[in-house]
Design a protein around this ligand. Sequence first.
Ligand code: S3P
Length: 174
Amino acid sequence: MTEFVLTGFMGSGKTTIGRLMAEMLHCPHIDLDEAIVAKAGKSISRIFAEEGEPYFRDLETQLLAAAVARAGILSTGGGTPVRMENNLLLRRIKTPVIFLETSPEMILERLKNDRNRPLVQALDPDKLLQLYRERESCYRQSADFRISTDRKTPIEIVREIMERAHISAEDGMH
Ligand code: S3P
């Protein structure tokens, strides 16, 4: 079973925080996007362009189920909790699911020069904000708790997560 699952919109820091947590807890970091890229043998942009988003979403669901059964910290993709099947799985597992909540302003700032995320390329800022609002309830429903990330450093965010989960870095899994 994973130790923690991180969710949140694109640009909320899931990968950065996941890597840091894994380092501090001495456990593996699993990045769902990376697992998808490895399985498909091509980048996310190419999967979207060549196979289409539904293919990507099917792979995401399949690999999420495999990932939650592995040990470590799991960083999901921004759209993972949107599909009901995934959302229900995240609610069902005992692992704490943490929603990294980042303000829309901060998200737009972080994503404005992004060239790798197909949805950022396809949507203008207004549409991205609309997507953010549409997805908010999915993140909230599937999370055990949420941590606001605005104006915090990665290390502060990790410490806050550990405090909320009542663990310390010394409890790390070896
Ligand atoms: C997506 C988010 C991305 C990646 C894909 C789709 C989304 O992950 O899974 O581009 O639907 O929000 P990140 O949140 O890690 O960028």
